[in-house]
Design a protein around this ligand. Sequence first.
Ligand code: GTP
Length: 212
Amino acid sequence: MTTRGIRRKKSYLVDAKIAVCGQKSVGKSALTVRFLTKRYIGEYDHQADKVHKHEILVDTEAVLVEIWDTCMFDENDSISSKAEALAWCDGLLLVYSINDRDSFNFIKKVKQELQNSDTPVLLIGNKADLIHLRQVSTEEGEILAKDFDCKFYEISAAEQVHQVSDAFLDLCREILQAKRKSKQSFIDKIDRMLGGARYYSRGKSDSAIQKE
Ligand SMILES: Nc1nc2c(ncn2[C@@H]2O[C@H](COP(=O)(O)OP(=O)(O)OP(=O)(O)O)[C@@H](O)[C@H]2O)c(=O)[nH]1
């Protein structure tokens, strides 16, 4: 999915900023690394929040995807860091672990924070390979996704490659769609303003025409 062959100036690329959020150890880094490198390495650096940048193809469109692998919604995070993260990102990948009820409840709390946000969201129930340790049913995940009005994937970063990729790509598509929509409404707004101006100037030049 990477676009090494694409030779374009970065400034020409559409960008999609994704914040991956969820409680500690739900697999945020594992999912991000799986998407970007197709690899699963098992242990990840938990130190600092990282922004990964990568060029990908979303359908036929070259996109510069930036992924912030962060715990920003962790209980200890301040409101301002959440606000900062929300202001930064174009889309949120909310992750819980199917073998950890707390991580699911945590995402439910996040929903309240997002009440007034129209940021595109996608919900992932990770660690689907740990079925014998399951604490959150698939139906519960589906119901929460319905609540968010978003897509839902129950996947395993440890065992799946394409499904992880599909989840990120779906969110990218939603982000691009939202961006197009807001760009269009901006153009419409300008058009209405210019339409008014054109109407006014036509009126002015009309007035220069000598009346018979
Ligand atoms: N069985 C299984 N283990 C997983 C999966 N995804 C991640 N893990 C493991 O879960 C642990 C935590 O994964 P991370 O990706 O570091 O989780 P994180 O959410 O980034 O953690 P923090 O950086 O502490 O917030 C690691 O030991 C991973 O190997 C999965 O799909 N299945």
